[in-house]
Design a protein around this ligand. Structure first.
Ligand SMILES: [Zn+2]
Length: 356
């Protein structure tokens, strides 16, 4: 009898322990991935189960999303030369809403323990469509208990935005306002990609700085992560980029805005010199709650490649205070997503049975 009681206590303690390890940051992993694409521009990638294997014990938790657009294989444009990337062809991209059902389906394939490691995100909507917010609500109610946010979705993105069929996305479009207010109302975390400037700025071109700032200011209700700090492959840091970010961080009306350091293309700017590392580290150390690390890997199939961006940032990790480093790598992820999920699950419960 006594033995049975001890075993029962042990089971309860074990269950509590493993449940605890899925919220907060009490595991021994290197980081939580705040920016991860399971599938690529032609909707291919590993299964989520395979990705769990790849994470191993190196990556504790991760967001998971597809890519909202599909590259059309136009026979008229490239014949048998099937494109795998958006730069492989002149054919357009189009919004591929099935991605959300696919991500939910992949999530359902996981064990209950593995599910707790993921924050699936809704991406399959057209941000120029006034009906986009209804798509988001419909996805939540069709797959209750699954999603934690929306994004990464893009407004201005070098070489991509101009290739998407239909009306081009814009920061000024009221459809974007309805998306952000809906995210705020439900509690969804938003991951927004918007280049800070144009790919090859000239004297006569304007950056997107003011428009982005105004947009964020207009939507204090939406917890928003600005993907890649606005940088891109050829979208280089603007003049005084760090000062501009510090101004944003110090503006109390933008306290709901966070920055992600994902993408090797971003890491390349930050680790380009000791001076750049020191400047960025100083900014992050002064605002430890506002930055998140992510990989921005797309459908990775081997762990070494998947960990590449994390390893590229080694000089930055060394330059951060230890408590700041923990927040950037894990703590801020846990804080944002754990809070969001409580709100989202409550919204789903209240709206159960509604049609959108
Ligand atoms: Zn991305």
């Amino acid at each position: 009898m006594k033995q049975k009681i001890i075993i029962a206590i042990a089971i309860v303690l074990f269950a509590c322990g493993s449940a605890m390890s899925q919220t907060g940051t009490d595991d021994n992993s290197l980081f939580y991935d705040s920016h991860f694409h399971l599938t690529n521009y032609v909707q291919k990638g590993p299964t989520l189960k395979e990705f769990v294997e790849l994470m191993g014990d190196k990556v504790g938790r991760s967001t998971v999303f597809g890519i909202p657009v599909q590259q059309q294989w136009s026979w008229m444009n490239s014949g048998e030369d099937a494109p795998r990337y958006y730069l492989d062809t002149d054919a357009p991209l189009y919004y591929y809403s099935f991605t959300d059902a696919y991500i939910a389906d992949q999530y359902y394939e996981l064990t209950d323990e593995d599910k707790k490691r993921f924050e699936p995100m809704i991406t399959g909507f057209n941000p120029a469509d006034m009906y986009a917010a209804e798509h988001i609500k419909r996805v939540l109610l069709t797959f209750p208990g699954v999603f934690s946010g929306i994004g990464e979705f893009s407004i201005h993105k070098e070489f991509v935005s101009s290739k998407i069929a239909g009306e081009v996305a814009s920061l000024r479009n009221p459809a974007l306002d309805t998306i952000l207010s809906t995210a705020g109302e439900i509690g969804l975390v938003v991951i927004l990609h918007n280049d800070i400037s144009k790919p090859y700025p000239k004297a006569h071109t304007q950056s997107y700085l003011k428009e982005v700032w105004d947009l964020f200011k207009k939507h204090p209700e939406a917890t928003t992560i600005w993907a890649h700090c606005g940088l891109g492959r050829v979208v280089a840091p603007v003049k005084d980029q760090v000062q501009f970010m510090v101004d944003m961080l110090d503006d109390p009306s933008l306290s709901h805005v966070y920055f992600d350091l994902s993408w090797d293309e971003v890491a390349k700017y930050i680790v380009s010199s000791d001076e750049a590392v020191a400047k960025v580290a100083d900014m992050i150390n002064k605002h430890p709650d506002r930055f998140l690390f992510g990989t921005d890997e797309v459908g990775p199939t081997d762990q070494e490649k998947y960990l590449k961006v994390y390893n590229m940032y080694e000089p930055l990790w060394k330059a951060l205070d230890s408590s700041t480093r923990e927040k950037v790598l894990k703590g801020n992820f846990a804080t944002l997503f754990d809070a969001a999920k409580t709100k989202i699950r409550a919204w789903e419960e209240t709206n159960k049975g509604n049609m959108f």
